[in-house]
Write a protein that binds this ligand. Structure first.
Ligand code: MG
Ligand code: ZN
Length: 228
């Protein structure tokens, strides 16, 4: 057995952290209420840098922008690369630059709502900053949380980050075209997530080509308007 050191239970820092998370939770709940009142379906996309969050949003935007009044908010430390990419597909985009913050928080998202005409939106996607750790603890008020994992991140990406899967509704295993090359079993990543959270749904995609994106849209219960 490998010797392991873990953080000790009680410390001043932990109390401070709990207060902060409680205060944050309140803002997230307020965001959720505002979205419901305005009739906006809100989906948060989380995942590491390079997992394919922006590519997924590009493919989704291509398919849905003619059917829904939709907007995408992109979180990033400093660039507008992601918002520029998604903006090419006929959706309204808004960039949030977080500076040093490695995740979006509910307060900055509330400010973004002020910039969007929520009354005239059906659907809002929020791309969180590339990170699989802290977004888990900072819900933004979205009704659905999606986490994207790429097979290029290796076979242990899910079991090493249990917290984020506990609190997500849908896992997207992306870049499945590279699974064999990476010697990673894409389906196994989904099974790992279901062990952590039996309610999580799973979709397999290649967001570069669009393979599997229809299934994602189905699983998000957004395909009704496409068929109509
Ligand atoms: Mg991105
Ligand atoms: Zn963070």
């Amino acid at each position: 057995m490998t010797k392991t050191i873990q953080p000790e239970g009680e410390s001043y820092d932990i109390e401070l952290q709990e207060d902060l998370l409680k205060a944050h939770q309140k803002i997230a709940e307020k965001n959720g209420k505002l979205l419901r009142n305005r009739g906006v379906r809100c989906i948060e996309i989380m995942g590491s840098i390079g997992s394919g969050k922006t590519s997924l949003l590009e493919r989704i935007s291509e398919k849905l922008s003619r059917h829904y009044r939709m907007a995408v908010v992109n979180g990033d430390l400093a660039t507008t690369i992601d918002a520029d990419r998604v903006g090419r597909h006929g959706v309204k985009v808004l960039q949030i630059n977080t500076g040093k913050e490695c995740h979006l928080d509910a307060a900055i998202v509330a400010r973004a709502f002020g910039e969007l005409d929520l009354k005239n939106l059906d659907l809002l996607f929020i791309e969180n900053v590339g990170n699989l750790i802290c977004p888990a603890e900072f819900p933004l008020g979205a009704d659905t949380r999606v986490v994207v994992v790429s097979v290029t991140e290796g076979p242990y990406m899910v079991i090493k980050h249990p917290l984020i899967f506990m609190d997500s509704d849908l896992l997207i295993v992306n870049k499945i075209d590279l699974a064999e090359l990476m010697e990673v079993n894409a389906k196994k990543l989904g099974e790992d997530a279901k062990k952590i959270n039996p309610k999580i749904r799973v979709a397999l995609t290649n967001c570069r080509t669009g393979e599997g994106v229809d299934d994602v849209i189905d699983q998000l219960q957004l395909s009704g308007k496409l068929r109509a």
